[in-house]
Design a protein around this ligand. Structure first.
Ligand code: ZN
Length: 319
């Protein structure tokens, strides 16, 4: 039985690579190694290899169905090449899959947002859904589209670039080079900047207390914590962020007639304030008949999303 076998899920992040031995929806054991993304691709690949070796020193590779790798970059799942990775030094067309071929297992690789969508489909909030869109909020805003219980990759594997849907063609600059993308409102650094810009209007905001008046320390967790304690500015920032994200998602709903959206990543843990604002905004901006019963959920996998998402890549390819 395929399901009895183990899967090695590898979640490559900008600072840490996590390796997890997965059986069904459980992570049996887990290790982490530094990524050294600021060095060079060779160093990163040797870290990945060294983690896999450590795992296979405790388990036999015969017990494994395959290896799944989630990577924060532009990935060609057919060739196993990571074309570009914005937070990795000197990264250009790197053959990630080939570097692990010595382990004699099927290896699948995809970008981290697609893996997150598959993780929710196989193990999380999306298990009972046929069609949904997953949005991951963080430094960037990523997305994965599930149609008929399958990941929709598009012609070149690039589908789901939700962060770069234009919601205002004369809006703020996005780091992709365009203006007014969803990410230019909902990416962590942009949320931070909007918070800083408004703090002088809210000198009593709890945010200032939580960061000890050091503006560098503003991050999603601080805004979430302040909002949960009723801080007016934090709630305002979350509602605005949800409003902007919802405009982007309304466009997706209009095109695909999608009713279910799953939101993951740091700031999504804020819960109902952000999720409610996203849902209201989709309903306000989408075609009425399509969006009237739209539902926005928080992701279920949370800190297990990376490893279980990578592992589900194997299930989706081998089933
Ligand atoms: Zn953009």
């Amino acid at each position: 039985m395929k399901n009895e076998k183990l899967i090695l899920g590898i979640d490559v992040g900008g600072t840490t690579i996590k390796f997890g031995v997965v059986n069904k929806n459980k992570i049996l054991s887990e290790i982490s190694l530094p990524t050294y993304a600021y060095e060079n691709p060779k160093k990163v690949l040797s870290q990945v290899e060294s983690g896999v070796k450590q795992i296979f020193s405790k388990y036999s590779n015969k017990d494994f169905l395959g290896i799944g790798i989630g990577f924060p970059g532009v990935v060609d799942p057919k060739t196993g090449i990571v074309t570009s990775a914005p937070n990795f030094a000197n990264w250009k067309r790197v053959e990630v899959r080939k570097s692990l071929s010595k382990f004699n297992l099927p290896i699948f690789i995809d970008n981290d947002a697609n893996c997150a969508a598959l993780g929710e489909l196989y193990f999380g909030r999306g298990m009972k859904l046929s069609n949904f869109v997953m949005v991951t909020l963080g430094t960037g805003v990523g997305g994965g589209i599930i149609l008929d219980k399958k990941l929709f990759r598009g012609e070149s594997g690039g589908a789901g670039e939700i962060g770069h849907i234009t919601i205002d063609y004369s809006g703020p600059n996005c780091k992709c080079g365009k203006k007014g993308c969803v990410e230019a409102y909902a990416g962590n650094s942009y949320i931070k900047q909007r918070t800083i810009n408004k703090l002088h209007e809210y000198p009593d905001s709890l945010i200032l207390e939580l960061i000890n008046h050091d503006l560098d320390k503003i991050e999603p967790k601080v805004i979430n914590d302040a909002a949960q304690k009723g801080d007016v500015l934090a709630i305002k920032i979350l509602k605005e962020t949800g409003f902007y994200i919802g405009i982007g998602l309304a466009n997706i709903a209009n095109i695909l007639d999608i009713k279910h959206f799953i939101i993951g990543g740091g700031i999504s843990q804020a819960g109902s304030v952000l999720l409610g604002a996203i849902e209201n905004s989709i309903k306000e901006h989408g075609v009425k008949n399509i969006v009237k019963d739209v539902k926005v959920y928080s992701a279920k996998l949370k800190n297990r999303a990376g490893i279980l998402g990578a592992a589900s890549l194997v299930l989706s390819n081998l089933k």
